[in-house]
Structure formats: C-alpha cells, structure tokens
Design a protein around this ligand. Sequence first.
Ligand SMILES: [Zn+2]
Length: 233
Amino acid sequence: MGREKFIRCCVCDAIHHVSTFDKAPTYVFVRDEVEALATDDWRLFMAQHAGHRLEPLKASGEKLLSDGSPPDPMSVVYFEVTNGQDRYVVRRARKSIQEPMCYELIRGRLADAGVTVEVQEQEIKKEIKNHFSWAPATCPDDEKIDLFVGLFKEVAKTLDPQCIQISEYSYTDDSISYGTFDRTVLDALTERCAEYFLPGELASLRRFMDTHCDGCDVMTLVLRRRLTIERFV
Ligand SMILES: [Zn+2]
C-alpha cells in the first residue's frame, strides 16, 4: 500500500491508479484462447481530463480494511493518499472477481478510533487440544474449554489497553499487533477458573497459560487499531 501512486484531476476529483498495467495489455481467457485486451487506462484518463489541472498523489501508509480479510480479493480497502499537503481517502474495491480494482476518491481522512482488545478464541481452543494430545484423558472437554475462553474474555475486558505491552506485530495486517500482560492477569484468570475446575485440571491449565503468553502465542491478546473515515463537507 505504501508505494501506490495516483493521479488526481483537481477539476473533476477523479483519480487514476498508476500501475504497471497502464502500458501493458491484460490477458484474458476467452473459450480456451488467450486474448490481449489493451487496457491503457492512463491514456484514457489523460484524454478525459485534457486541459484540467492534475496532481500526483501518494499513499501515506494509513489503511482501513472494511470488509473481508487481506487475502480476500473481494475485500474493500480504504487508505489515505496525500499530495504532500492535503490528505484524501481512496476506496479500493472490485465489483466481481473478473474485474480489475476500482478506485474512488473520498474527500476526508482516516481518523484514529482507538484500539480493540480481543482474545484469540479459536486459536486457544485448537491449541488446548494440541497441548493435551499427549495425555488426552487430562484434556478438558469442549464445554470446559469454552468456559475457560469465556472466563479469559471476561478478565481481558477488565484490562486497561494502556497496561498491555506489545509483544509482536502482525506480518499480514499492519492494523494488528499482539499484547502481553502482567502475570497478575493470569493469577486473576486462574482464580476465576478455580471455581469451575478441579485442582489437577487447574494446575495443567495454569501451565498452559504460562507457556503460551509470549510473542503472538494463543494467550496473547489481539490489539486491533481501528480507523474511521472522517468525511470533509
Ligand atoms: Zn478532470
């Protein structure tokens, strides 16, 4: 996202995404045959906006994924672009998987909307089963695993995001980082679990907690930075 470049028409507020496809044809399959489609969008854009004032825009690095996850080719992404002075938001989407990306300019900026804290629910459930696979008889049943995750969520909800230390950044999504916390948080969780688990189960669960709370391991929290679109009127 950081390298993306655009040309904006200051008269029409239209943008063109500068890409390597500007001068190269796109190849499509038509009934077992490959056809080259001339997609010189750049030439078309320049013709449509002949005589208008144009300015280059560059992605500033801030992005907001609104729909779907990064590997999803249909996901809609909003990101910020700038001419060095003014900032704009670009909406990138595609109507269907066969069609190229469509870019639309929005007058506005991406504003910080805080951080949400999430427990890695599915990952914990999977890892508990994996962790106890050497001694399946000691593995808590599904109901107890759900209960444990529920209690962890309750404890996590009481945490002040300021007290969570970032332990790792996501490689695939730059709005996500992972956070660890003080061992007292695990003490609090163990205490909550003590009401429902037998002493032997509790001891194994505590070992599980202690050995899975570094880096981006399953007992770390997912910190999701949220951005909203602030439209200029
Ligand atoms: Zn124009």
